[in-house]
Write a protein that binds this ligand. Structure first.
Ligand code: FE
Length: 235
C-alpha cells in the first residue's frame, strides 16, 4: 500500500474505521457501507487506558480532553459533513477540502481538530520519552544538529504558540522541521508530513499543570513522546 501520512501509523483497518470510509468484514473483505446507512465518522479508540499517562497527564484530563473535547469535534464534523452531503469523505479529505473554502471554516475547525487529536493521542505512549533511534535519530541529528537542539526548538515552538494551538515535528521538502499552528491549524494543508504533535490548548494541561505550560511540555518530551510512532510516520 502506498504510504499515506494522513493515516498516521494506524493500520489501514483502524484508519478506515476511524475515517468512516468503509467497513472491513473478516480478513480483507472491504465493503462500503450502504448509502442509506453511512458509517459516519467515529471517535477513534484511545490507544491506552485513560490513566496510563499519569502522573504526567491524569485520567481526569483525558476524560475531558478525549471524552468531551475530542468527541465533540468528531460529532460536529460528522453532523456538518452529512448536512453538506460529504459523509463519504474521509477525515483528511474533509480537512483539506474545507481548508480551501472560506465558507467551510466551521467544518475545517472541527474536522481538523478531530484529526489533530487522533494524531496527538498516538504521539504519546505510556513509558514514552527518551530519544529516537535508528533512521529517525540520524535524521534528527542531520537536520537539527543534535537531539538536544531538536528538543529546544520543539519546546520553544510549543511554549511560544500564543493562545491555543499545536506544535509539530514535520517532514517538509525532505527535511525535518519544527512548526506551530494556531487553533485548528494543520500541516496536512501545507503539504508537510506530520510525525509528531503536542496539543497546547489549555484544555490539554490546565487541570494538571494550571498555567505552567512549560512543565507540561517538559513532561511530554521526557516521559510521553512516542518515538516509534514518529519513526513510522517518517517511513
Ligand atoms: Fe485538545
Amino acid at each position: 500500500m502506498e504510504h499515506d501520512h494522513s493515516s498516521f501509523g494506524l493500520s489501514r483497518r483502524q484508519f478506515m474505521t476511524a475515517a468512516g470510509v468503509g467497513t472491513i468484514l473478516g480478513a480483507g473483505a472491504l465493503i462500503a457501507p450502504p448509502r442509506a446507512a453511512a458509517a459516519g465518522l467515529t471517535l477513534p479508540r484511545l490507544p491506552y487506558a485513560p490513566g496510563a499517562l499519569a502522573p504526567y497527564i491524569s485520567a481526569r484530563t483525558i476524560s475531558f480532553h478525549y471524552g468531551k473535547h475530542h468527541a465533540a469535534y468528531v460529532r460536529k464534523t460528522d453532523r456538518m459533513a452529512r448536512a453538506m452531503g460529504l459523509s463519504r469523505k474521509s477525515l483528511p479529505e474533509l480537512v483539506k477540502l474545507a481548508a480551501r473554502d472560506p465558507k467551510k471554516k466551521a467544518l475545517f475547525n472541527n474536522a481538523s481538530q478531530a484529526w489533530n487529536h487522533a494524531f496527538y493521542w498516538q504521539s504519546m505512549t505510556p513509558g514514552g520519552g527518551g530519544a529516537p533511534r535508528g533512521k529517525l535519530a540520524q535524521k534528527v541529528k542531520a537536520d537539527f544538529g543534535s537531539f538536544g537542539s531538536f528538543k529546544k526548538a520543539f519546546a520553544a515552538a510549543a511554549a511560544g504558540q500564543f493562545g491555543s494551538g499545536w506544535a509539530w515535528l514535520v517532514l517538509d521538502g525532505g527535511k525535518l522541521k519544527v512548526t506551530a499552528t494556531a487553533n485548528a491549524g494543520s500541516p496536512l494543508v501545507t503539504g508537510q508530513r506530520p510525525l509528531l504533535t503536542i496539543d497546547v490548548w489549555e484544555h490539554a494541561y490546565y487541570l494538571d499543570y494550571q498555567n505552567r505550560r512549560g512543565d507540561y511540555i517538559k513532561a511530554f518530551l521526557a516521559h510521553l513522546v512516542n518515538w516509534d510512532f514518529a519513526a513510522r510516520n517518517l517511513g
